[in-house]
Design a protein around this ligand. Structure first.
Ligand SMILES: Cc1ncc(COP(=O)(O)O)c(C=O)c1O
Length: 410
């Protein structure tokens, strides 16, 4: 079978999944880097949660706690890690804070001894920066590596900044502003050379870029369900390399992180031996149920297939917008980019607002332009329709036949 035919067969299976996303009939959905489309099954799972609560009352926990573990395992299969190694937390900020709370930044023994330097780049997602920047008050030496062009992952500068004092490298695998993709293996290898750890934020890569975290020797990884995973808010994840776990003792903790939560023991904290030691309090069960549908769909379709289609459609989109003279702010190489094409032109902010009002869902970010993301459910026709609508809005605003939406209107 020719390669072209293999690709075509894969895309047929991916596009068939559109039937499971009634929302796709309500607009053109090119916003999966920010909010994935809701699968029909999410509603069924949410109803199942409510039914269990209503019918079984307190006994529902008998189904709910295994559901948390099962979601962790489904996510783990997408990340390329073993069952039982992924914990569910409400959001990435909480994950980062829990990890930060494992460090004192002045250890005199153990694996973190003599290390207080945190290294990442200035294109990191803001929430991650806020968490680590504030660790300076607790003794962290926070090193934020500059980017040369605001687009490409500044990998050489990052690798150069990782040294024997480095404790952790908390970076985004795919950068939210430009969709640039880090060579994670190179960063992990450099960190390990000097005894440092990597916390890879896979929010913008998992479910669209294939991951092999175990194979790469990644120490920790996190992300959420809101975007490419089509799982909605409230169900983020944290993976920790099992042999690292004994050293991870979060001070930001709670009873579900205890080895025996239902012993209500008032003695010294005894952490769970598995990754649940990171979760703190009661899991957000409704989010666990709604997130399940999206992750199951991603696992079923296969990220390798999704990625193949993403590479083809992002290249197509780039070609279409470049033909109009727009500036593309996403790296060109297949191995250098995630699932989004970012592009800019004069007046892009106003055009973007009008397009969103017309339900051509995408977004606009300063220093980047429009962010537009095909996903497994996107047709080529939708990409063409998006750009032709954009042409019309642009011409209309220039000619004064369409009122430019007020800045900051939404
Ligand atoms: C790379 C990345 N990390 C984290 C977040 C969000 O963090 P949180 O789950 O704390 O809202 C986003 C976007 O919302 C993101 O793009």
């Amino acid at each position: 079978m020719s390669r072209a035919l293999v690709d075509a067969v894969d895309e047929t299976a991916l596009l068939a999944a559109r039937a499971e996303f009634p929302t796709l009939d309500k607009g053109v959905h090119l916003i999966s880097h920010s909010l994935g489309a809701v699968p029909r099954a999410a509603r069924a799972y949410a109803t199942q949660f409510l039914d269990e609560w209503e019918n079984d009352s307190i006994n529902a926990w008998g189904a709910w706690l295994p559901a948390v573990r099962s979601l962790g395992d489904t996510i783990g299969s997408v990340l390329g890690v073993d069952p039982g190694t992924v914990a569910i937390l409400p959001n990435v900020s909480t994950v980062q804070a829990a990890v930060a709370s494992c460090f004192t930044f002045n250890e005199t023994s153990g694996p973190f001894k003599g290390r207080n330097k945190i290294v990442y780049d200035e294109l990191n997602f803001s929430t991650v920066h806020y968490v680590w920047q504030e660790q300076a008050r607790r003794g962290a030496d926070v090193c934020v590596v500059k980017s040369k062009d605001g687009i490409h992952a500044p990998i050489e500068a990052l690798l150069a900044a990782i040294d024997e004092r480095t404790l952790l490298v908390p970076i985004s695998h795919v950068l939210f502003r430009s969709s640039a993709l880090y060579d994670a293996k190179r960063v992990i290898d450099r960190a390990h050379e000097v005894g440092a750890l990597v916390l890879l934020d896979c929010y913008q890569s998992a479910a669209t870029v294939p991951l092999a975290l175990k194979e790469w020797g990644c120490d920790m990884a996190c992300g959420g369900s809101v975007k490419w995973a089509c799982g909605g808010p409230g169900a983020s994840y944290l993976y920790i390399r099992p042999d690292l776990l004994p050293a991870m003792k979060p001070t930001s903790t709670g009873w579900f992180a205890h080895a025996e939560p239902f012993a209500f023991d008032m003695g010294p904290m005894r952490y769970a031996t598995d990754v649940w030691r990171m979760i703190g309090g009661t899991p957000a069960m409704p989010a666990v149920y709604t997130a399940r549908a999206g992750w199951e769909m991603i696992a079923k379709l296969g990220v390798a297939n999704i990625h193949k289609k993403s590479l083809r459609q992002t290249a197509l989109l780039r070609e279409i917008v470049e033909a109009r003279g727009f500036t593309v702010n996403t790296p060109r190489g297949d191995a250098e980019r995630g699932g989004t094409i970012c592009f800019d032109f004069d007046g892009a902010d106003a055009v973007s607002k009008e397009l969103s009002r017309r339900k051509f869902f995408h977004d606009y970010r300063p220093k980047c332009g429009l962010r537009v993301s095909p996903h497994f459910y996107t047709t080529d026709e939708e990409l063409h329709r998006f750009v032709s609508e954009l042409d019309g809005v642009r011409k209309g605003i220039a000619a004064g036949t369409i009122n430019a939406p007020a800045k900051g209107a939404y």
